[in-house]
Design a protein around this ligand. Sequence first.
Ligand SMILES: [Ca+2]
Ligand SMILES: [Ca+2]
Ligand SMILES: [Ca+2]
Ligand SMILES: [Ca+2]
Length: 341
Amino acid sequence: MKANTLAVTAFGLWLASGAAAQPISVTYPVPTLDRWVYPFGGQPGKEYVIPIFGAIEIPGFDDRDGQGLFGFTTSAQVPAGLPVARYRIVSATLTLTVAVDNQFQYDPTFDSFRTVLQHSDPLYLADADAGKPVEVFGVGYRNGWTAQTFGETSTFGGAPIVPPSEGARNCFSAIFDSNGVATDVSRQVRQRFDVTPMATGTIANVAPGAWVPVGSKVVFDLNVCEPTAQDYLKKNLADGQVRLMVSSLFPAQGGPDGGSGAYSAYYTKESPLANGNTAKLDLVVVVSNGADYNNDGFINALDYDLFASFFEAGSPEADYNGDCFVNALDYDLFASAFEQG
Ligand SMILES: [Ca+2]
Ligand SMILES: [Ca+2]
Ligand SMILES: [Ca+2]
Ligand SMILES: [Ca+2]
């Protein structure tokens, strides 16, 4: 009986404090998995470092050749399994630590695929700044693999388009359409299209074009305002894990100047030197109760009034779909959820 009384009291307090869902901040200092996605990795998932590089227009290899998969299990702090519309990502930041000293030049800005074509190619465009950006994407899968089945040590790929490994990777850097369908961008140079990543890595205290010291933090502040990125991350939270793929067109082979050993590499959780230097994810998310906007357990006029007051104020609490704008689309989505009860 006493337990019941306590429960009723707690519920009463919760009722009295009914308010819009508040953002929660979570830091994941160590990934659940980190994995070099490279066809010739000897011990997938167990590497001490993950080198990120390209094999530009080299038959048998993807342009984005050495990629890095980073995963973080989120379900203990952010409840999984809810309808995706219940999640809103306010910010998401991946941080990696550079494991090699002065081995690549810092480029914090977009480079077209045209900058890594051969000089003789009619589409070739000179790179306006030294280095290539290091970029982060959502993760796509092929050959029946999914985020649920592909693990840290799973096999790299299936049957290649061109042997030994072109177009074959089981998980890849991807862009997504409005339905969440993934396109592999690993062969974007030979397929001739530019891509917009979720983020480009930035480094404090290193000037663009400078060689990057070991231990530098590369920070990827994900563009959560971009709807396909927001949707990807919502689905990830509903699945209970956030997975990101880091890749770059730094040419280890190929490219206009034949490639070089100038590319970046990052510590993994397996590295003896990784203490405090593993991949880290910082999230700020809102988990709402849908149309029960004041979280009092009922859907009624109080919810409509609360949403409308935020909407009229143009406040972020009324950004129902998480695209960083408060507009008629949000009103429609809320109204639809409200009507469905
Ligand atoms: Ca690992
Ligand atoms: Ca550049
Ligand atoms: Ca309510
Ligand atoms: Ca919106």
